[in-house]
Design a protein around this ligand. Structure first.
Ligand code: ASP
Length: 523
């Protein structure tokens, strides 16, 4: 195994982690019956939920909208008017998964209501808290939430996180030393300006191409038409951000008031803009001071690169752990509900990554797409398993420089900035997801002007999204808002977001890497 090239080692780890993850996946859980009793009074509605263990929970709602969001099962009854006497309905729930995600314990279950599936996700800080609120899942929690497969899942998550911590440890020093060295070695501020504008042009055009591809596929396949979209009441993102506030916030972050704080907090945009300014002013100052500082940053960069190479040799372990975690913790049931939607996102991402970007590589950058992809494969597979462009950045920089032979001047600038603002996969995903939701809600394809609005806001959302897992899902709120769709609609796609996130993150990293080849050609 040791003598095998790194990308094969990572590939084996990826496959192995996936297979073992499937074996440990607890699959579909059991069913539970509950009864819901609705009564109406002057002060509003009351629902009493009683589960198999005769545990009763009471809910109060001021109006019918509020009630229906939480308990859509009463839609039919309320259509005939407010009930005079209490009415009871029996509901069957199916537990989908228990997962331990980001120090939260999460439980998802679905209910069938008039042939629609309603998905509910509930989270608590730990398993005990969770079953206190949902005592009816107690037995399942003991069986699946604390058993062997759960422990294997928790250990693999921990191991994967350790690998991600190692990568994060080198990310900031690597960005700073690499950017300052890269810009200072350009030797002339005008060259920097040229590179900057070309890079932005590349980011913008590929993101727009990605969005168009997504829109094309979602209109072709129409996954939302006729879909029984579960009106989830799950834990929703609270993103109330409007487009303008995102931009004002970005402008603020470009000018850090305390660079030490920004370094400590890992605020990418602040760090990038400050490092670029340091590089530019080193050129402007010139002379012996410039030489001293350039040598200093160059030395730091060499050391950080070596450290990164060492961490990268551990990538197979990290990739294995992440794949195992991702596959073993996913509820398989949900894939059946959202199958077409997922296929649409996959196909559109594939078309962008395997047709459009390779054409740009071939005809604009004049590089062989296959060789370039081979050089980038460790970074792409790591992006896939970690779902984080920021986390993958050290690998992306190393692969681009050491294997794809792009100069440090270009990569040091194109890649960190790209990891933050150039997200083709995320932009495409935002467009597909929102149009899918729109199709499912209205039952028809969205009119063209609305689709253009979705495209523009999806672009902005992808620029604003951070390079961390699930960032795209949070940013989707602004796209939904722009076209007046309910934020609740996101509740249902949360369940499959991890796997789609893995795919879109690989496309994000692939586009950044291709960008560095394009800019290198015109250097
Ligand atoms: N996880 C993605 C990334 O790191 C962002 C997203 O959620 O779309 O690039």
């Amino acid at each position: 195994m040791k003598n095998l090239p790194l990308h094969y080692q990572i590939l084996i780890a990826l496959i192995f982690g996936t297979v073992l993850g499937f074996i440990f996946n607890p699959g579909e859980f059991s069913l539970n019956n509950i009864s819901l009793t609705l009564s109406h009074s002057e002060s509003g509605f009351q629902v009493i939920e009683e589960d198999v263990k005769k545990v009763r929970t009471e809910y109060q709602f001021k109006d019918r909208e509020e009630l229906l969001v939480r308990f859509p099962e009463f839609e039919k009854i309320l259509a005939k008017g407010e009930p005079k006497k209490p009415v009871t309905v029996e509901v069957t729930e199916r537990l989908i998964h228990f997962i331990d995600s980001a120090k939260k314990y999460e439980l998802s279950y679905s209910r069938k209501v008039n042939r629609k599936t309603i998905l509910t996700t509930y989270s608590a800080p730990n398993g005990e808290e969770l079953v206190k609120t949902y005592p009816r899942w107690d037995a399942e929690y003991k069986a699946h939430g604390t058993g062997v497969s759960y422990n294997a899942m928790a250990i693999s998550k921990w191991l994967g996180d350790l690998f991600l911590r190692l990568l994060k440890m080198v990310t900031i020093p690597l960005i700073v030393t690499s950017l300052v060295t890269g810009i200072a070695s350009l030797g002339n501020a005008a060259r920097f300006g040229k590179m900057f504008s070309r890079t932005l042009l590349y980011y913008l055009s590929t993101s727009l191409l990605a969005i168009s591809t997504g829109i094309f596929f979602v209109n072709l396949i129409r996954p939302g038409i006729g879909a029984d979209l579960p009106g989830g009441t799950g834990s929703l993102s609270t993103g109330q951000d409007s487009v303008s506030s995102i931009f004002l916030d970005m402008a603020d972050r470009l000018i850090p008031t305390n660079i030490i704080y920004s370094l400590g907090e890992g605020e990418f945009l602040s760090i990038i803009s400050f490092s670029m300014l340091v590089g530019i002013f080193i050129i402007l100052v010139g002379g012996k001071h410039a030489k001293l500082l350039t040598d200093f940053f160059q030395a730091g960069f060499e050391v950080m690169m070596r450290m990164t190479m060492f961490i990268i040799s551990l990538a197979p372990i990290g990739v294995f752990a992440f794949m195992f975690y991702a596959v073993s913790s996913q509820g398989i049931e949900i894939f059946k509900i959202l199958g077409w939607y997922m296929i649409t996102v996959f196909l559109a991402l594939l078309a962008h990554a395997l047709i459009i970007l390779p054409c740009i590589l071939k005809f604009v950058a004049r590089r062989s797409p296959i060789e370039f992809a081979r050089a980038m494969s460790p970074a792409l597979m790591t992006a896939f398993s970690t779902a984080s462009s920021n986390g993958t950045l050290p690998l992306t920089i190393t692969c681009v420089e050491e294997k794809a032979e792009v100069s440090n001047e270009v990569s040091s600038f194109v890649l960190p900035l790209g990891a933050t603002i150039n997200m083709d996969g995320t932009a495409l995903y935002e467009a597909v997801a929102v149009l899918f939701i729109a199709q499912a809600y209205s039952g028809v394809v969205m009119p063209l002007e609305q689709q253009v609005l979705v495209a523009i806001t999806a672009l902005l959302a992808s620029i604003g999204a951070a390079g961390i897992p699930h960032a795209g899902l949070v940013m989707m709120a602004i796209v939904l808002q722009a076209v007046g769709l309910p934020l609740e609609a996101q509740g249902v796609i949360i369940a499959v977001d991890r796997i789609l996130d893995m795919c879109r993150t690989s496309v994000n990293v692939w586009s950044d890497a291709c960008g560095s080849a394009v800019i290198e050609r015109f250097r």
